[in-house]
Ligand binder design. Structure first.
Ligand code: HEM
Length: 184
């Protein structure tokens, strides 16, 4: 099901072709605020995700101390939670708000965006597992014993995650404006 207002998608961009009877004013008045709320939540979560990744990148580049290791664990938690919110809210927008699922699954930028999001998720497993393994040392107030090569791998992973997120942002802008739509 896809919400539209007066035959237009809830966000007012006329890209899809599905014709739905115009919703009555009372329903439209409920949907537009909801679509706006979900757009807001998506942006807040996406900004938090980018901020967490950037902070992680800076922290992992510096010297590893008890404080920086604790901050890395916390930042990674923020990254994980914000990724979850981005995904859930994003899917709700795909299926219930905006232009409808059939539009997005015919959008090359959307499919690229979703695939890159999955790649970022997979890449993030290694840093997360490593950070979680530090908890025992940190509980004792000790700097986690970790070889330089491992830190270097994590730094490179976070770097590529950041690159992927920049491409995701480009895809978001394109898909929102109908660029790369391959439907009839
Ligand atoms: C790192 C992850 C993500 C970031 C940084 C991100 C960022 C954004 C941004 C900035 C927009 C606004 C685009 C614009 O109006 O110009 C947007 C829109 C949107 N995003 Fe995401 N997003 C991410 C992941 C996802 C995921 C995983 C989904 C779905 C499963 C999703 C679904 C959507 C939808 C449906 C829109 C509305 C597009 C429209 O107006 O037609 N996003 N995203």
């Amino acid at each position: 099901m896809q919400f539209s207002v007066g035959g237009m998608p809830a966000n007012g961009v006329a890209v899809h072709t599905a014709s739905r009877a115009p919703l009555d004013k009372a329903l439209a008045n409920r949907i537009v605020p909801m679509a706006s709320l979900f757009a807001f939540l998506h942006h807040v979560a996406a900004f938090a995700l980018v901020a967490a990744l950037a902070v992680e990148f800076v922290l992992i580049k510096g010297e590893l101390t008890v404080q920086s290791a604790r901050k890395l664990l916390l930042t990674d938690l923020v990254f994980g939670v914000s990724s979850g919110v981005v995904l859930v809210v994003g899917l709700l927008r795909v299926f219930y708000f905006e232009k409808g699922a059939s539009y997005y699954f015919h959008s090359v930028p959307f499919i690229t965006k979703l695939s890159l999001f999955a790649v970022v998720g997979l890449l993030s497993i290694y840093p997360t597992v490593t950070f979680l393994s530090w908890r025992a040392s940190l509980k004792q107030g000790l700097v986690p014993a970790v070889v330089a090569a491992k830190i270097s791998i994590i730094r490179r992973i976070v770097h590529w995650e950041l690159v992927a997120v920049v491409v995701i942002l480009l895809c978001a802008a394109l898909m929102a404006r109908g660029v790369g739509y391959v439907g009839a």
